[in-house]
Design a protein around this ligand. Structure first.
Ligand code: CU
Length: 156
């Protein structure tokens, strides 16, 4: 589970305005039919500074006994949407992010995130962005991601 709190590189517009302050939710046991059972919570997007780039964060909880992977994200907000991990101040693009069985995948400022490049419009706080999460095994999940002020901190 990723609980790194290192800020994103200062070169990244969405970077240091946010820091993870919420504790990790403990995962329960459940499911057991051998399939991933996914639910998404805590989604938000800090209001992007420009129309060039935005980031989004959320938690994918898996109550099933089988692991899954987040493989892609689609949205009208941008064509170029990628999954990133953060190592220190460096972002790295990855093909997928693991959702462990009876566990969770946590995306958070300074850690795993979804990056939107070349936005079709610049969303502002109070709006919502519809995204669809695609997984290796589970059916796609549609999420209405609330846009928060650029300095929003989850859990406050
Ligand atoms: Cu990134």
């Amino acid at each position: 589970m990723n609980s790194r709190t290192t800020p994103l590189s200062r070169r990244i517009a969405i970077g240091s305005a946010l820091a993870l302050t919420a504790g990790l939710a403990l995962t329960g046991c459940g499911g057991g039919d051998g399939k991933p059972q996914l639910s998404v919570s805590g989604a938000y997007m800090p209001q992007p500074v420009t129309d060039q780039m935005a980031g989004a964060y959320f938690v994918v909880k898996n109550d099933g006994a089988a692991a899954d992977k987040l493989t892609s994200v689609t949205s009208d907000l941008a064509k170029d949407i990628t999954l990133h991990t953060t190592d220190g101040s460096k972002m790295e693009r990855v093909d997928s992010l693991p959702v462990p069985a009876n566990g969770e995948l946590k995306l958070s400022s300074g850690g795993n995130h979804v990056m939107f490049m070349g936005l079709t419009h610049k969303p502002t706080a109070g709006q919502k962005v519809t995204v669809e999460l695609h997984f290796a095994t589970a059916s796609p999940v549609k999420v209405e991601v609330p846009v928060k002020p650029a300095d929003y901190r989850p859990g406050k």
